[in-house]
Design a protein around this ligand. Structure first.
Ligand SMILES: CN1c2c(nc(N)[nH]c2=O)NC[C@@H]1CNc1ccc(C(=O)N[C@@H](CCC(=O)N[C@@H](CCC(=O)N[C@@H](CCC(=O)O)C(=O)O)C(=O)O)C(=O)O)cc1
Ligand code: HCS
Ligand code: ZN
Length: 778
């Protein structure tokens, strides 16, 4: 094994979707058949080349392994699955004779095909990124497929760069995987560690042979106490995996990165292995204050990589305090480096692209490129001493001071309202009284509804783009959206749905839409961040005290309601989700910020009620996402998150039916919190996991209305009537018909009309069969 020094400054990863979403466009063009695989590869190579040049320009070394190879066409966990040959049996046809999967096959695993469901998708730690869940069986045959990793490394080498390949580490890969259908009871993917590690060793050997000096293995599982597998098993696995990988002689030096929190009790086990460098997230976590002598001795022989530049938020932050943290690590080892705390793929590319952002606010921000420059500054400080970077540290401190005192950051009226809150502001009438009051809605048994959005067609998006460019007037845009709402209402009436929605055509995004209308937020023009696959969001910036200058949804909802005698749900995004999917101020507790948002929503609900809306849905799909990874932090989180939802909804009259909706996560662990939201009806993703959540719901004593999803909206697949009927029967076996609702897993905005209409028809037909107590006609 060749040894080389770790670079003084690096980042754990960089946005890969492209500064103007070039990868999204290329990938979607490939899916649409308008470009072929060769052209897609070419465009991806151009993006990677531009990224390397950019990073070098910002101060990362060209030839010292400082630049990570963190590109992915879709998802880094899927990349790891393909690299170790973990392709589910139903996709065996996609594997070529040489054991590799081509680009088309790779996307098929991600998106499904015909009756072959894609890999499940779920939240990546406490972020709004979603990864694909590998499926493993006791007999999954692992094999190493390093060609793509090697090709990307060599592509960089040919351009004059010595880069650092990045892979999801073996422990995290197994900890995030699920047992394939049909695996024996009690089988855990982590049982396969001993079979997987030699395959990782082979991948490392191939990279070493190509000339890689360092490889980065991402092991965020080491910081989480909220995995399906026990902490003890994860810690045990670290020792086994990295002792074995470290023993290899033909390998690059190994850098294990542990983003999203502190390593805490996992540190001794990792430190005891022969890995050469350990990356600490010193934004969310810390290095334990007292280390046992063996751990201290082991760390002294490694490079300690101080993740002090926040990769998960966009504030310029306190650079001097960050440098203090870097210097503190130097007490533990003679070899210290600086990095981002996480990959930078959680933040947009460049503040300089935001020409419409208020200049003062822009000065408080650091997107990916600014963060790379911060890393480079701190690395210079490490090499040349603090005095060499004093001007940069002072400028960041001055910017923080400016932010603290700027108008809008602390608004007395908003703060007084918060201070005046009492316990009673968080509770509604008794549930039984509400049920009685809501009988006037006259809903049938097993009411059918959808989650809110209908397909966001190209026409809708084009109209909004034209409004932004000034090519449509506000009145023309409103007229176009109203036309769309009317179409959606008529469609739902024709289908025979019971509770209708307006379809959310006017919303660019379920969070950004509200951020644009609330004070205290700013929105970006180009601040796209990957959420999953080719889907991106532009998280808004919650920088000041939040208030609602005027009603946000009332005119759309009342217009929709005016078109039909059936109830139309008012549709709001809840406080936790608004926080989770924005970049949130870091200068006060999240709970305080959430309560400010809640009060704005409370006013909106009052206005909706006053305009005759009788059912109001407050979506909280991110409730599980923000659950802290550390058990000790969860109680406090659940208190403020549930509290803010209740604050938003508690003033609703007993006769107003409050719904909530949750998706994109597994909710078993927060089922009590969901019950405490005290919504009258909760729709929850369930179809994709074949109604697994119904057991948790039943076991928890959940006694309000519940709609476990019967249609997986993540894929274009149309569920058959029989399939929906079976899911409904399964739900009805555990949940009394008086409380059971029928709905899809989530909104329909990413779907096309053809499959949406067919799926909804099947849902209605299956519901009618269940109501009538007869099997569905196939
Ligand atoms: C429900 N989910 C959401 C999450 N996070 C959010 N912030 N929002 C969510 O809805 N997290 C969990 C889940 C899954 N995640 C996502 C994330 C993103 C999408 C999605 O569909 N994204 C769209 C972009 C949506 C949007 O902002 N649309 C804007 C801009 C549209 C656009 O690209 N316009 C073009 C011009 C169009 C034209 O001229 O034809 C342009 O600007 O170039 C809008 O509608 O105005 C995506 O495509 O990635 C879904 C689930
Ligand atoms: N009401 C939203 C919820 C998505 S989680 C929608 O239907 O798209
Ligand atoms: Zn949803």
């Amino acid at each position: 094994m060749t040894t080389s020094e770790f670079p003084k400054g690096t980042i754990l990863g960089y946005p890969r979707i492209g500064r103007r979403r070039e990868l999204k466009r290329a990938v979607e063009a490939f899916w649409a058949g308008s470009i072929d695989a060769a052209e897609l590869e070419e465009r991806a190579a151009e993006l990677r080349a531009a990224t390397r040049e950019r990073l070098a320009g910002l101060g990362l070394g060209r030839a010292d392994s400082a630049i990570p190879e963190s590109f992915s066409f879709y998802d880094q966990v899927l990349d790891a699955a393909v690299a170790v040959g973990a392709v589910p049996a139903r996709f065996a046809r996609l594997v070529g004779d040489d054991g590799t999967v081509d680009l088309a096959g790779y996307f098929t695993i991600a998106r499904g095909e015909g009756d072959d469901a894609p890999l499940e998708m779920t939240k990546w730690f406490d972020s709004n990124y979603h990864y694909l869940v590998p499926e493993l069986a006791p007999d999954t045959a692992f094999s190493a497929h390093a060609d793509r990793l090697v090709a990307e490394f060599e592509e960089a080498k040919a351009a004059g760069f010595l880069t650092r390949p990045v892979l999801v580490g073996p422990v995290t890969f197994l900890a995030l995987a699920k047992a394939a259908d049909g695996a024996p009871e009690g089988f855990r993917p982590l049982d396969r560690l001993a079979d997987l590690v030699p395959v990782y060793a082979e991948l490392l050997a191939r990279l070493a042979a190509a000339g890689a000096l360092w490889v980065q293995l991402d092991e965020p599982a080491l910081v989480s106490e909220s995995l399906d597998v026990s902490r003890e098993r994860v810690i045990e696995a670290i020792g086994a995996a990295y002792d074995a990988l470290g023993a290899g002689s033909d390998r690059p030096s190994i850098f294990v990165a542990a983003p999203y929190g502190g390593l805490d009790d996992a540190l001794p086990a990792l430190a005891a292995t022969p890995v050469e460098a350990i990356g600490f997230d010193l934004v969310k976590g810390s290095v334990p204050a007292s280390l046992d002598p063996a751990t201290a001795e082991s760390l002294a022989g490694k490079t300690l990589v101080a993740g002090v530049v926040d990769g998960h938020n966009i504030w310029r932050g306190d650079l001097a305090a960050a440098f203090d943290r870097v210097e503190a690590l130097a007490n533990l080892s003679g070899s210290v480096a600086v990095s981002s705390s996480t990959s930078l793929f959680h933040v947009p590319h460049d503040v300089a692209d935001e020409t419409r952002l208020d200049g003062r606010l822009a000065g408080w921000l650091a997107f990916a490129d600014q963060k790379v420059a911060q890393v480079a500054t701190l690395a210079t400080g490490l090499v040349e001493g603090r005095s060499a970077i004093e001007p940069e540290l002072a400028a960041a401190t001055a910017s923080l001071a400016d932010r603290a005192l700027a108008p809008g950051v602390r608004v007395p009226g908003v703060r007084e309202r918060l201070e005046g809150l009492r316990g009673t502001d968080f509770s509604r009438d008794d549930y039984a009284a509400r049920v009685a009051a809501q009988e006037s809605l006259a809903l049938p048994e097993l009411p059918t509804t959808t989650i809110g959005s209908f397909p966001q067609t190209a026409d809708i998006r084009r109209a909004r783009a034209r409004l932004v460019k000034g090519e449509l007037t506000e009145a023309e845009y409103t007229a176009a959206m109203r036309e769309e709402i009317e179409r959606v209402i008529r469609l739902q009436e024709d289908l025979g749905l019971d509770v209708l929605v307006h379809g959310e055509p006017e919303r660019n995004d379920m969070v950004q839409y509200f951020a644009e209308l609330l004070d205290g937020f700013a929105v970006t023009e180009h601040g796209w961040v990957q959420s999953y696959g080719s889907r991106c969001t532009r998280p808004s910036i919650l920088w000041g005290d939040v208030s609602r200058p005027e009603p946000m949804t009332v005119s759309w909802s009342t217009y929709a309601q005016s078109l039909t005698p059936k109830p139309v749900k008012g549709m709001l995004t809840g406080p936790v989700t608004i926080l989770a999917w924005s970049f949130v101020r870091d200068d006060q507790p999240l709970g305080d910020t959430a309560r400010q948002v809640a009060l704005a929503l409370r006013d909106e609900i009052a206005d909706l009620e006053a305009s005759g809306i009788r059912i109001i849905q407050v979506d909280e799909p991110a409730l599980r996402e923000l659950l802290p990874l550390k058990l000790a932090d969860q109680r406090d989180y659940l208190d403020w998150s549930v509290g803010s939802f209740r604050l938003a909804t508690a003033a609703a009259a007993a006769a107003t039916q409050v719904h909530t909706h949750l998706c994109y996560s597994e909710f078993g662990v927060v089922i009590d919190a969901i019950r405490n939201l005290d919504a009258d009806v909760t729709s929850i993703e369930a179809a994709r996991s074949r109604m697994e959540v119904v057991d948790d719901v039943a076991a928890s004593g959940f006694d309000h209305g519940i709609g476990p999803g019967v249609y997986d909206i993540h894929s274009p697949r149309v569920p058959s009537v029989d399939e929906v009927w079976q899911l409904l029967e399964r739900a009805a076996a555990e949940i009394p018909a008086s409380r059971l609702w029928v709905n899809p897993d989530c909104g329909l905005k990413t779907r096309g009309y053809e499959e949406t209409v067919a799926s909804l028809e099947h849902i209605i037909e299956a519901t009618r069969a269940v109501r009538a107590g007869v099997p569905a006609a196939v």
